[in-house]
Design a protein. Structure first.
Length: 293
């Protein structure tokens, strides 16, 4: 069977959800696909970019270097809805054996649709956003991940400063690869956790110079009783005419903390408790050249 990373990122995790949630996720995906399809039909209004770069995937004191490539799309519809999509592919130089059976190719995907609900003044507005994110086969033992979250946003867009607050509710799914857990006494099995969840995000961006832009963001996901994941992002982008006009050099760091207590085989308060993984966080540092198509 031919390998399709987009299917593996989004469709395969859905097959593992309970039947009632599958219908919800499929409906969300169909709606988003229709919006994306309408954008692609207006090809002359769609901005395409691709990127090439290198990265370091850090897990505690382990560094896994590699190269990566991305395909990015951005389109504003006639009704002023912004559609964005990014598909990232990473090839790791896997020499530290965090995961003894790791295949050193992994993927990320991010899709979003957003629009304005009410403009208070030229700089401040309220809006809506629909996010769909996926991740698969990282060296930190994330086998599959899917986040599907509609939400509301408060946006500030000044001349040199930008900020956003976002709150949403949707579905969170994380599956841990079973290779490392087997070495810690866990049997092979389904280490997937899917749940209805809430997310909260805050970001601030600033134009340091006319060509240099900086952005920081923090986001959390939690269900009714406990936290699921925290993520912190930092990005520097510099406009350059290197290679092609309007290209950008982008340096980014993304640190993610996971709550692995959901996967414990015994009471986490017991002295016999052994976490499913010997780590609970990872950091992706990436340097890329983003080029208009």
């Amino acid at each position: 069977m031919q390998f399709n990373p987009l299917v593996d990122l989004i469709i395969k995790p859905e097959m593992m959800f309970q039947e009632s949630k599958v219908n919800y996720l499929n409906s969300a995906l169909v709606c988003f696909a229709l919006c994306l399809s309408s954008a692609l039909q207006a090809e002359e209004q769609t901005q395409w970019h691709y990127s090439l770069g290198s990265h370091d995937f850090v897990v505690e004191d382990s560094h896994t270097l590699g190269v990566n490539a991305s395909l990015l799309l951005e389109h504003i519809t006639q009704s002023d809805i912004l559609l964005t999509a990014a598909l990232d592919a990473y090839i790791d130089v896997d020499v530290d054996k965090l995961d003894p059976d790791h295949i050193p190719v992994w993927f990320k995907s991010t899709y979003a649709a957003s629009g304005e609900l009410y403009r208070i003044n030229p700089e401040f507005s309220l809006g809506w956003q629909f996010d769909l994110q996926g991740k698969r086969n990282t060296v930190s033992s994330v086998e599959k991940q899917a986040k599907i979250f509609p939400g509301l946003t408060a946006n500030f867009d000044g001349e040199q400063l930008q900020a956003q607050l976002k709150a949403g509710a949707g579905y969170y799914y994380l599956e841990i690869d079973d290779d490392v857990p087997r070495t810690r006494g866990y049997d092979r099995g389904d280490f997937g956790n899917g749940t209805f969840a809430y997310t909260f995000m805050g970001s601030v961006g600033a134009d340091v110079t006319p060509k240099l832009h900086m952005q920081v963001a923090a986001q959390a996901w939690q269900d009714e009783g406990k936290w699921l994941e925290n993520q912190y992002r930092f990005e520097l982008s510099y406009q350059t005419d290197f290679w092609r006009p309007n290209s950008m050099l982008v340096l980014s760091a993304e640190h993610t903390q996971y709550n692995l207590d959901h996967y414990a085989k015994v009471d986490i308060n017991s002295a016999e408790y052994l976490p499913i993984l010997p780590w609970d966080s990872d950091t992706l540092v990436r340097l890329s050249l983003v080029i208009p198509w």
